[in-house]
Design a protein around this ligand. Structure first.
Ligand SMILES: [Zn+2]
Length: 438
């Protein structure tokens, strides 16, 4: 009896595996005919016909158009994955905001909400915010579609994630050892997948543009710290899981959250630039930046008292430089720093220049370790400064092995928070449908 049950179990398991094989072939090769599926999955044409009928019935695939075959007068129907078959909740946690979205199975956003975070908010408060955000976006469902079916939740976060489940350490969020999957699975009773957000962005780039089969690509993410992902043979190379952002580039540099000193991401970030400029301001340096900040401080004071003669008086006051350093520091921003640089502040130029040099050292190290054919950079806010970008590349070419830089392609891509959302959505769908994972 036991043997019979086991045999039935095996047949059912084989049936499931074959269905997934066909479904995944269709997902990865949109618009395919049944004979092509049979040829590439190794299944018999009759099995493929049965499985496709089952998938059509479950609305996981749809028929789309017809294509001529070699047999005269015959046309084969093309089959396509149906991204509207189900939905995913995608969450992207960044330093100052959380985006929560409902997507279809190809990462297209159906609706989303954004939660602003105050700087350095405590982890339990942020997790509660995410919980509330997910609950509220799920309860909107009736208004949008009564057929919505959520099959999983994906959460993208910076730092080291193990087993799709646990955030070990995130220097940019200043979090350690959080069992995020366990936390959210208990709350929502759905499969939950946690992934590093550089990886999810790389996945979005990969699915959108693809890379050539023989290309060895490094995706360099500067959005939250410094992270790299290796794209190889058109997949994310999971074997490369290092933390380039925490390699030492300055022996006695400032302390990093990871416990080390002079890490690349401490030496080269928007925060590092802001902190250095603040320090120089207290020493009476950065004259152009000071003038910009004085103006902002004066304007803010007038907004506060609501003076009706604002224009007239502020012009007069903008020439006064008697604000307290603590007052003007409150108005410092990367935008103000770049403005001061563009207006010729030599002290600010020195700070940006040093940051660019460290980034250049980081890129040179990446080139010498991986010998990539292409580096794709998500420069985020930091590389809004073309000066830093150009100088970093010059520095990298100067330091890296010449044979490796001769034919290398380096380009910057625009990645917005929606791409990270798209990437984590792809990841969840891959995990749920793929036999082997992404
Ligand atoms: Zn570090």
């Amino acid at each position: 009896m036991f043997q019979i049950n086991e045999a039935i179990g095996n047949v059912q398991l084989m049936q499931k595996i074959n269905r997934l094989k066909v479904l995944n072939y269709i997902r990865r090769h949109s618009g395919v005919a049944r004979p092509e599926i049979a040829k590439n999955t190794g299944l018999s044409p009759s099995s493929v016909t049965n499985i496709v009928s089952y998938l059509l019935e479950k609305k996981l695939v749809i028929e789309t158009g017809r294509v001529a075959t070699r047999e005269v007068g015959r046309k084969a129907t093309l089959i396509k994955f149906n991204p509207l078959a189900a939905n995913v909740i995608s969450v992207n946690i960044e330093i100052n905001k959380i985006i929560i979205a409902v997507t279809d199975l190809e990462g297209n956003i159906i609706r989303k909400k954004e939660i602003k975070l105050p700087k350095k908010e405590k982890e339990d408060v942020i997790l509660k915010d995410i919980e509330k955000g997910i609950s509220s976006i799920m309860s909107d469902k009736q208004r949008n579609s009564e057929h919505e079916k959520i099959i999983g939740i994906g959460i993208a976060v910076s730092g080291v994630v193990t087993g799709d489940a646990r955030l070990e350490i995130s220097a940019s969020m200043q979090w350690k050892g959080l069992p995020l999957r366990e936390y959210f699975e208990k709350l929502f009773n759905l499969p939950v997948f946690i992934q590093n957000n550089s990886k999810t962005k790389a996945l979005a780039v990969l699915r959108q543009n693809g890379v050539e089969a023989d290309e060895n690509v490094i995706f360099l993410d500067l959005a939250m710290g410094v992270g790299i992902i290796n794209l190889y043979k058109n997949e994310i190379n999971e074997a490369v899981a290092g933390e380039i952002g925490h390699t030492t580039v300055k022996k006695d540099g400032p302390l990093c959250f990871c416990g080390n000193r002079g890490c690349l991401e401490v030496m080269c970030s928007v925060d590092a630039i802001i902190n250095q400029c603040k320090e120089l301001l207290t020493k009476g340096k950065c004259p152009v930046l000071r003038k910009i900040l004085e103006k902002k401080t004066n304007e803010a004071k007038f907004v506060e008292v609501g003076d009706s003669n604002y224009q007239e008086i502020s012009e007069d006051l903008n020439d006064k430089y008697d604000n307290d350093i603590n007052d003007i520091e409150q108005h410092i921003s990367y935008e103000a720093i770049l403005e001061a640089f563009n207006k010729g502040d030599k002290d600010v130029e020195k700070v940006l220049s040093e940051c660019a040099e460290y980034l250049g050292i980081g890129i040179a190290n990446i080139i010498n370790i991986f010998n990539p054919s292409r580096i794709i950079i998500d420069g985020d806010i930091l590389l809004e400064s073309d000066f830093i970008y150009e100088k970093a590349l010059t520095e990298a070419r100067k330091r890296a092995y010449e044979q490796f830089t001769r034919n290398i392609k380096i380009n910057k891509v625009e990645i917005d928070a929606n791409k990270a959302i798209k990437g984590i959505s792809h990841y969840v769908t891959d995990k749920i449908f793929d036999l082997m994972g992404p």
